[in-house]
Ligand binder design. Structure first.
Ligand code: HAM
Length: 435
């Protein structure tokens, strides 16, 4: 064997901002994904699994230059011996619309309502609640322009968060209008920044030429100060855009969803039109410092499909929740995924005859979708009862020598200690009647 170089542990560490998810944390994520899917399907969303890698232009043409995502956060790939320019997906909306166009979803009943979840990648500075590989749960309603669809997206997000334990969340909302409203707004905004050109950051000076709206989203402290006096988009809305925004707000009021109009909210992606929103919580720490956590965001993107080559405007609205921030929240309920839900029954076998037949009995229960735990490697009644007590199951199923011979099993309530002998062939029917 050739002399091998010694590899140090730090040389094989997972990339910065990416982690293994194991144990309880793994179940925390799965529990949330299950609950979110349950709520999304109830409201009519269909699942879609999108590729983790897309062509880079899917993102550069829709999220656009001048945004942090496209300018500095995208993981791009150039596979060897290929001209493809690919990227790890930084978000899901552009891919979902790509799928809509590519799969001819315009011939399906409209709107097409999709949900998706999984990992996304942004080469951002890792910190609490911010990773380079993170997980989102996204919703998209493609092919509808009605204000109720904007409200439905917000409502379903609120429900998912509340089901997960959130009780102090609210919505920040704004309307940035459509192209028509934006012409005058951008003129005004550009004039304002020109007047303040000496005060804004270097990157923002560049943005003034390419994408002035993005300056409103700047993280530069000098620009942020200038932004405080910037003209707001709501004052430039056309009658139709104003009407749409007003309707969305009326729905939120009707549903008693707490919201604040935030005239500075433009979001970090360029594809939005009209409604933009974020769901947030202000958390005060022990020293009285307030930190705002944004659990999710979204908005309307009526021109995105056309940017990707679709022949006409395709009104659409969507959102994404940051699942890492949800499972790390103090209020998170640690939702349990189905595979580790508390069993109702504990199966006890006693004697060789019963042990032999026990797997056939368990199989009857598995097929009947009855959750049962067991410890087939244990023999003693006391040991098995001890485990049942620890698991806090309401019922034990006792399968002894006599029962094995008679084709019966004892169902015992751990609470009342009452028990009943049941024919095995009637077992799954019988236990479904138990509370
Ligand atoms: P976004 O605001 O970029 O929107 O991301 C949505 C949520 O993902 C954020 O509110 C945050 O909770 C979470 N998130 C974003 N970046 C990170 C990160 N580096 N680490 C952890 N969590 C993060 C979108 O992605 C749009 N596609 C949403 C949308 C769908 N708009 C219309 N349809």
């Amino acid at each position: 064997m050739s002399a091998q170089k010694r590899i140090k542990t730090e040389d094989i560490a997972s990339p910065k901002g990416m982690r293994d998810i194991t144990g309880e944390l793994y179940f925390d994520y799965q529990g949330f994904f299950e609950k979110a899917q349950e709520v999304a399907s109830y409201y009519g969303f269909q699942p879609i699994e999108l590729p983790i890698i897309e062509r880079e232009l899917i993102f550069t043409t829709t999220i656009e230059e001048g945004t942090d995502i496209v300018d500095k956060e995208m993981y791009t790939l150039r596979p060897p011996k290929s001209r493809d320019k690919l990227a790890l997906r930084p978000e899901g909306t552009a891919g979902a619309v790509r799928a809509y166009i590519e799969r001819g979803m315009q011939s399906m009943p409209q709107p097409v309502m999709l949900y998706y979840y999984g990992p996304f990648f942004r080469h951002d500075k890792p910190q609490k609640g911010r990773y380079r590989e993170f997980r989102q749960f996204g919703l998209e309603i493609i092919g509808a322009e009605q204000a109720i669809t904007d409200a439905l997206i917000i409502k379903v997000n609120m429900l998912m968060l509340e089901e997960a334990g959130a009780n102090n969340i609210a919505v920040k909302i704004n309307s940035i209008g459509n192209n028509e409203c934006r012409v005058n707004y951008i003129k005004e905004l550009t004039a304002y920044y020109r007047k303040n050109i000496e005060k804004i950051g270097k990157l923002d000076k560049q943005r003034l030429k390419t994408n002035p709206l993005r300056i409103l989203d700047s993280k530069d402290p000098n620009t942020m100060e200038v932004n405080e006096g910037a003209p707001d988009s709501i004052s430039f809305l056309s009658t139709d855009c104003k009407k749409h925004f007003k309707k969305v707000l009326e729905y939120l009021e009707e549903m008693k969803i707490p919201y604040q109009i935030d005239k500075a909210l433009v979001r970090g992606l360029s594809y939005y039109t009209d409604t933009v929103f974020e769901i947030f919580e202000d958390i005060t720490d022990e020293d009285g410092k307030v930190e705002t956590v944004v659990y999710g965001g979204g908005g309307r993107y009526d021109y995105l499909a056309k940017t990707l080559g679709f022949k006409k405007d395709l009104p659409a609205v969507g959102s994404a929740l940051g699942v890492d921030r949800i499972v790390e929240a103090k209020w998170y309920k640690h939702l349990k995924p189905r595979i580790i839900k508390k069993p109702k029954f504990y199966f006890i076998q006693l004697g060789i005859e019963a042990k032999m037949k026990s797997m056939s009995v368990i199989e009857i229960l598995r097929k009947a979708k009855v959750g049962v735990k067991q410890s087939l490697s244990k023999d003693k009644l006391s040991v098995q009862l001890g485990i049942a007590e620890k698991l806090k199951v309401p019922y034990t199923l006792i399968f002894g020598q006599k029962e094995a011979l008679d084709g019966k099993i004892i169902v015992r309530s751990m609470d009342t200690r009452s028990q009943k002998s049941i024919e095995i062939e009637n077992l799954s029917e019988y236990i479904k009647t138990l509370k």
